[in-house]
Design a protein around this ligand. Structure first.
Ligand code: ADP
Ligand code: 5GP
Length: 213
């Protein structure tokens, strides 16, 4: 049997990764029969209102997380915005072996670790139309304080600076269009990032962030 493929979706907080993955994945009401399985990470972050343990994340204590690191339970893990996040190795390996594609929604540091360990993984970077839109989206989500929003927006250009390591870049302007584009990527019907494209994207967002002060 053919093994599944490992897709990694990352991008700045507020770019729309969560919304996109919900629509792409099976078992979330959004995907189709052969759609990818969305991996559920472990995190030390506190649940947001409405987030269910085992669905959005496995919510664990710092001590439990350290135990999982020691037992080599993670395919990758990283500290993001002061909390730990990790991708469970065993479930992913099993799902891939069953021939099903897996979708990881993880930060840039994690994506680079995955690419190092699994060079055949396919990395997709989701960009907001602009930094201003990014800020509006995080504010609109209403789940972070003003200080946390500033931190996430400030981090965005540093994350975008790593886009050269990704295979594909998608601007999440219209959500339906973005989901269709990522389905094309998964079906192998989309062009990879062209030479020089990463550099242009980085320059555009740096200028954009400076313009906002
Ligand atoms: P992330 O997972 O990247 O942090 P979310 O999926 O939580 O981002 O999206 C951040 C906010 O932006 C949410 O309130 C979501 O509904 C909204 N959003 C997502 N995609 C779009 C889009 N294409 N246009 C407008 N708003 C969007
Ligand atoms: P949030 O707290 O908004 O759910 O997620 C914050 C950041 O952590 C996002 O960029 C998200 O993609 C990332 N993240 C979620 N799970 C993982 C994971 O298992 N590993 C890594 N490296 N990052 C993750």
């Amino acid at each position: 049997m053919k093994t599944g493929r490992l897709f990694v979706i990352s991008g700045p907080s507020g770019a729309g990764k969560g919304t996109i993955c919900q629509r792409l994945a099976s078992g979330t009401g959004g995907g189709e029969a052969n759609s990818p399985v969305l991996s559920v990470s472990a995190t030390t972050r506190a649940p947001r209102p409405g987030e269910k343990d085992g669905v959005s994340y496995h919510f664990v204590t710092d001590e439990e997380f350290r135990g999982m690191i020691d037992r080599r339970d993670f395919l990758e893990y990283a500290e993001v915005f002061g909390c730990f996040y990790g991708t469970p190795r065993r479930t992913i390996v099993r799902t891939l072996e069953e021939g099903r594609d897996v979708l990881l929604e993880i930060d840039v540091q994690g994506a680079l670790q995955v690419k190092r360990n699994y060079p055949e993984s396919i990395l997709v970077f989701v960009l907001p139309p602009s930094i201003r839109d990014l800020k509006k989206r995080i504010e609109g989500r209403g789940s972070e304080s003003a200080a946390q929003i500033a931190k996430r927006v400030g981090e965005a250009t540093r994350e975008i600076a790593e886009i050269g390591a990704y295979d594909y870049a998608v601007v999440n302007d219209d959500i339906a269009k973005t989901v269709a584009e990522i389905k094309e990527i998964m079906g192998g019907r989309h062009a990879r990032m062209a030479d020089g494209e990463a550099r242009e994207i980085i320059a555009r967002f740096n200028a954009d962030a400076m313009g906002l002060g």
